[in-house]
Design a protein around this ligand. Sequence first.
Ligand code: CU
Length: 174
Amino acid sequence: MRSITEAALILLLLAAVPAVYAVTFQVGDNAGWAAGVNYTTWVSGKTFRVGDTLEFKYGPSHSVSVVDKPDYDGCDSSRPTQSFSERDTKINLTRVGTIHFICPTFGHCLGGMKLAVPVLAAVSSAPSPSPSAPSPSPSPKNSKNAKSAASKAKRIMSYGKIGVTMVLIYGVVG
Ligand SMILES: [Cu+2]
């Protein structure tokens, strides 16, 4: 009885494992989202995955804007896709690709308050259905069919040979 309970617990733990992989990164570590932090250095050596969370902690003079790459490169905060200023912003990473952040306060991005986070696919034990699953192209399939048809024909021929041999044997015996 006890071992069944233990086994059930282990199964529960195993099922919970993918959730354990989700990580919350505090941007800039203890320095937070602030001037004078090198976010390129902060990003390097870290692995970000879909399901992880970025937490921005910052003072009232800062904000967080999600921008595209050209605006990240050019420190242009005039057309963010998302903006936050609640001083504790949690961004869930939901897509594979690089997500770009800048501080829209004048001069801050140029001063280094910019962050590009490369997001990799989630690690999961459960196979997720892929919309772009590779399907075999028709030509190799056809040649494979032709091959198996040829081997089938060969087999039929050898059966035919055995048949003829048996008929001959019967003929000799009879
Ligand atoms: Cu700022």
